[in-house]
Ligand binder design. Structure first.
Ligand code: AMP
Ligand code: ZN
Length: 302
């Protein structure tokens, strides 16, 4: 009996994604991108009166801010840093000889001051910090960034480079918690309109190593992270398409973001995995967008 064609292979054969030869690194078709930009517009319709500003980040962030985030402590297995050739003519000759001999040339690369952005909200915090204390309303920012996580996989919903759209709330504990509750509701409302089966559940981040297991358990116990999951690549293990995070005052302290009264700011963010949401739509409504249910068509195409 033939093995069933994987969702990834179907996406390739339908021309929705294009294989690069590296798992988790795909070219997107115009159709796929159109679905993403329509979803982004749809998402911006929710909460647009609350947003104080919008930012789009490049896929790299300052290495020093990446260090401040604590990412290497918590998720070293997922991190990516940018290295470059920084040598002279002589070093260049050595490099070319290495390449010609089929040897490893990459160990001659030197770290730059750029890390690949692992989560869309990280580059925001140092920007807010530089502005000085927040006013009483705090900040409510809409973001988008390409993110990198080193987790190669044949699951098309687990990419190495993908985009997150986020809303981030920075202010008091009450403001951050209220924001997260609102978005948990809105996220479900959005999925209902898009006719995608979903559930919201307590979750934890994939903290590294033995100590990480305990951090994950404590994160769950304190209900700091929720995920909205949708069956995408598998029905038994649905995929997190949105996450709703409360960081307490951890980032406020790490980056020195202060509330009007001088205390460390609390932060919360809601992240939409743009590729995952597009994949969920293709999975549930088929590869022909014109045949998608009329409610979904009108939500996205107007
Ligand atoms: P997280 O910061 O892990 O909560 O991620 C926020 C959102 O980004 C998740 O809910 C996913 O929708 C999306 N996401 C996380 N990791 C990946 C990945 N490897 N590939 C595609 N989307 C991802
Ligand atoms: Zn975030």
């Amino acid at each position: 009996m033939d093995a069933p064609v994987s969702f990834l292979d179907q996406l390739f054969s339908q021309g929705i994604l294009h294989d690069s030869g590296v798992d988790g690194l795909y070219a997107r078709s115009g159709m796929f991108e159109d679905v993403i930009s329509r979803f982004e517009e749809f998402a911006l319709g929710f909460g647009k009166d609350e947003i104080t500003e919008a930012m789009v980040f490049p896929p790299g962030m300052p290495l020093s801010d990446f260090e401040t985030s604590g990412y290497m402590k918590n998720f070293p297995q997922l991190a990516g840093t940018v290295h470059a050739f920084c040598g002279n003519d002589h070093d260049h000759m050595g490099l070319l000889q290495c390449v010609a001999a089929g040897e490893d040339w990459t160990d001659k690369q030197k770290a730059t001051d750029v890390a690949l952005t692992p989560a869309a909200c990280y580059p925001l915090y140092p920007i807010l910090s530089k502005r000085g204390p927040l006013n009483a309303d705090g900040a409510y920012v809409a973001l988008q960034s390409y993110c990198f996580r080193h987790e190669p996989s044949k699951d098309p919903a687990r990419m190495q480079m993908f985009r997150q759209r986020e809303y981030v709330r920075v202010g008091s504990a009450d403001q951050a918690m209220a924001f997260r509750e609102t978005w948990k509701q809105r996220g479900q409302e959005m999925m209902q309109i898009l006719e995608l089966p979903h559930e919201v559940e307590v979750a934890n981040d994939p903290f590294f190593g033995r100590a990480g297991k305990m951090m994950g358990a404590s994160q769950r116990e304190q209900e700091l992270k929720f995920e909205l999951v949708v069956p995408v690549n598998s029905t038994s293990r649905p995929t997190a398409c949105m996450s709703f995070n409360y960081h307490m005052d951890n980032f406020g302290k790490a980056w020195n973001i202060r509330q009007a009264d001088g205390s460390a700011a609390h932060t919360a963010c809601v992240g939409f995995g743009l590729e995952r949401i597009a994949l969920a739509l293709f999975r549930h409504h088929g590869f022909d967008v014109e045949a998608w249910p009329s409610g979904v068509r009108s939500a996205l195409w107007g």
